[in-house]
Design a protein around this ligand. Structure first.
Ligand SMILES: [Fe+2]
Ligand SMILES: [Fe+2]
Length: 193
């Protein structure tokens, strides 16, 4: 079913249009469409997939000081890594805002909160969102195409592990690496063994 037909999608899209540039809005729509295409196979309801996919980057275009101020006002934990790289807070701040604005479920909250890094124990919707955010069809880097291919051929667990490993590799190339990416990858690896 197309994303736009899900309950609440019109409300979410109207809100996203207020704060996101066109390219980011497209990414959110593609993330929701892609996630909803395999949601049922990982035990996630369609409307939950649409909510998480559409709303995950609600705060991605906030400035550094606004993100830090919002995180503090919301009493969210601010790690040393987030102090150096406030964009790491766009998931947690969005999760809080979406809960107060739209009354999202706990699963959607968790998925949005952790979508950038993942974390040990992350549930099916959270994992599904991490994967879709990385691999949605508009992502042009070769690892995204490889991830979609693994999903088709080997299933979600193998594809998620591949993406988590790539996220660790990518984060090592950045100045600030969030330790949650590594913790998520190691947890997935243990779960799969
Ligand atoms: Fe994001
Ligand atoms: Fe995203």
């Amino acid at each position: 079913m197309p994303v736009a037909r899900a309950a609440c999608a019109r409300l979410y899209l109207a809100r996203l249009r207020e704060v996101l540039p066109e390219k980011r809005l497209s990414h959110c729509i593609f993330t929701a469409e892609y996630l909803s295409s395999y949601a049922e196979s990982i035990g996630v309801e369609h409307d939950e997939a649409v909510a998480a996919g559409l709303l995950h980057d609600l705060c991605r275009d906030m400035g550094k000081s606004d993100l830090l101020a919002a995180a503090r006002a919301l009493r969210l934990p601010v790690s040393d890594e987030a102090l150096k790289k406030p964009v790491l807070l766009h998931g947690p701040v969005a999760a809080e805002r979406c809960r107060s604005e739209f009354g999202i479920s706990d699963d959607v909250y968790e998925a949005i909160y952790w979508h950038t890094t993942g974390c040990p124990g992350l549930g099916p919707l959270g994992q599904g969102l991490c994967f879709a955010d990385f691999a949605e069809p508009m992502r042009k880097f070769p690892e995204a195409a490889e991830a979609r291919d693994i999903l088709r051929k080997s299933g979600f667990a193998a594809a998620m592990l591949y993406v988590a490993e790539k996220e660790v590799e990518f984060s090592k190339k950045h100045e600030v690496a969030d330790p949650n990416s590594m913790a998520f990858y190691l947890w997935l690896k243990r779960e799969k063994a």
